[in-house]
Design a protein around this ligand. Structure first.
Ligand SMILES: [Zn+2]
Ligand SMILES: [Zn+2]
Ligand SMILES: [Zn+2]
Length: 320
């Protein structure tokens, strides 16, 4: 069977899993659909491979060799096929554009489901199906030059289309309510693209009272599991999802993290660029050392106005 046939098979079986009344097949729906997407990408790599070696670009290891005619050509080494990272790299240099943010989001949801799936997560499965649909449709049309409806078959196509349309419409309603709130801080607004229900993990979260609520007291409601919660319950997680990558990059360059633990509310939501904690709005009480004028961080507030080294000298002096 060719790669493209395998891909379509995998996606169709995934959709059958999704439609099954048996809850246990939810995970396999997600697995099959994800596997199908990767196979579509591999099909494209085969299509782009040279005529005399149609599987070259799906080999994980490619090395240059000299052929009998003395020319330099490439050959695949070993049986290992490309992983996601290599597909990303190859697509980049071959100018094949995929919405990797969406792909990574689906991949992360799949991982989460593998580890934490409960009967309260059906909406996460629906989200994966809806988001996968857009990737599948666009890739089939743009890069494999296929009519997605014809290729997937009418049954699979109409299921995907319906799930995706219903999901997008709900997502739109949620998004509109969130947009109405004045989030006060850019870092908070940015972090809300990671907003998920703290009970079922769905991203279909709305702000039910956008006219009355004033940040940081904002009510939230999950349209999937009906859970009522508030920004205070999820702000730490959102900030972490949004800034952890930056924190790692800064650390590798020997820099400071963009956020720290707040000495007032103890959440990891003290954002340096905002000069305050976005959860409790605490601002530093002591901005500079009263002795040497060095600027003071969150962790030096307990010295009540002195930096670490001035406090040390002071303690030493008092002891003598
Ligand atoms: Zn929920
Ligand atoms: Zn705080
Ligand atoms: Zn000092």
């Amino acid at each position: 069977m060719s790669i493209i046939e395998n891909a379509i098979d995998s996606i169709q079986i995934g959709i059958e899993d999704y439609e099954s009344a048996d809850d246990r097949r939810s995970i396999s729906a997600v697995r099959n659909i994800s596997a199908g997407i990767l196979l579509l990408y591999k099909e494209k790599l085969c299509q782009l491979s040279p005529e005399d070696n149609k599987e070259l670009l799906i080999k994980q290891n490619i090395r240059p060799i000299q052929n009998n005619a003395g020319e330099i050509v490439f050959e695949g080494k070993g049986h290992k096929t490309v992983d996601v990272f290599s597909i990303q790299e190859r697509f980049k240099s071959l100018k094949v554009t995929v919405d990797w943010n969406r792909f990574n989001e689906i991949n992360k949801l799949r991982n989460d489901l593998e580890h934490y799936y409960t009967s309260e997560s059906p909406d996460t499965v629906r989200e994966v199906v809806a988001k996968s649909f857009l990737l599948i449709r666009d890739f089939l049309t743009e890069y494999l030059e296929q009519d997605p409806q014809e290729t997937l078959g009418t049954d699979a196509w109409s299921t995907l289309l319906e799930v995706s349309e219903v999901y997008s419409a709900e997502e739109e309603v949620c998004y509109a309510s969130i947009e109405k709130i004045d989030w006060k801080y850019d870092s908070v607004k940015d972090s809300l693209k990671h907003l998920r229900c703290n009970k079922c993990h769905s991203s279909l979260v709305e702000a039910p009272y956008p006219e009355e609520d004033v940040y940081p007291t904002v009510n939230l409601h999950c349209r999937s599991c009906d859970n009522d919660f508030s920004v205070d319950d999820i702000i730490e997680q959102c900030i972490d999802d949004s800034l952890a990558g930056q924190a790692i990059r800064n650390a590798m360059d020997g820099g400071e993290p963009p956020y720290d633990s707040c000495c007032e509310c103890a959440k990891n939501t003290y954002i340096h660029s905002e000069d305050c904690c976005v959860a409790c709005e605490y601002e530093l009480e002591y901005k500079n050392c009263e002795v040497c004028d060095a600027s003071l961080g969150v962790e030096e507030q307990y010295n009540e106005g002195k930096c670490g080294s001035c406090q040390y000298s002071y303690d030493k002096h008092m002891a003598d």
